[in-house]
Structure formats: C-alpha cells, structure tokens
Design a protein around this ligand. Structure first.
Ligand code: ZN
Length: 126
C-alpha cells in the first residue's frame, strides 16, 4: 500500500518530539479518521531553526509530518508558509488516494504554527 519512502519516514520519523520553549505551536485534527498533528517551531531571524512534531495517527499522517519537518527546517516563515499539501505528498513519492486527507494534516499544522507565530508577534500576513 505504501512506497519505500513513506515506510522509511513512518518507521524512522525525523524530528519527532516536543520543543518545550517553542516560539509557536500549531495543532490540527482530522475529524474523519481521528489523526492529530502538533507542530512546534523555533524561529530565529524569521527562519525556522528547529521544528518538531507529534502525530497521533496512521502511517500516512506520521510519514507526512516527518517529511514536512524536513522540508520546512531552515526555511524562512514565508517560504514555509508556501509548502502545499500536494508538495508533501509528492515528496513522499505519492500516497494512496484515500490516505491523502491524512497527509494534509502536516502542512495544515505547520501553517497554523506560523499563523500562531505571526499573531504572537503582531506581524501582518496575508
Ligand atoms: Zn489517517
């Protein structure tokens, strides 16, 4: 059902955990299958210097969160904001159609975390 890249990120997820003194946190849940993802950000000079995630969910949700953190690390908030759900799934080499909604959580949680950061620092964003 899953390709090798997905299985690799699922069985050996990158950047799992919590950042205790995170600058921003974003959490989303999927009502359809009960997966939840929480993303923690450490931001310095507008850049994501550290990112960790906690995901309760299926292989697709966990692999997507892992891939997303790899994609977002080192990027500016502006760049990270542009990471799409599709890009995450593509970077994983594709996911089964019915699992795409699980992979969407990762990009959504990151966006929420960035919004959280912008709101905290009263930065205008579009
Ligand atoms: Zn799921």
């Amino acid at each position: 059902m899953y390709n090798e890249t997905v299985m690799d990120h699922f069985s050996n997820p990158r950047n799992v955990g919590v950042i205790e003194d995170a600058d921003a946190v974003g959490e989303v849940g999927s009502p359809s299958c009960g997966d939840t993802t929480k993303v923690f950000l450490k931001v310095k000079d507008g850049k994501i210097v550290d990112i960790k995630f906690q995901t309760l969910g299926c292989a697709a949700a966990i692999a997507s969160s892992s891939m997303l953190t790899e994609m977002a690390k080192g990027k500016t908030l502006e760049e990270a904001m542009k990471i799409t759900r599709d890009e995450v799934a593509e970077s994983l080499g594709g996911l089964p159609e019915k699992k795409l909604h699980c992979s969407n959580l990762a990009a959504d949680a990151l966006r929420k975390a960035i919004e959280n950061y912008y709101n905290k620092h009263k930065i205008d964003w579009v």
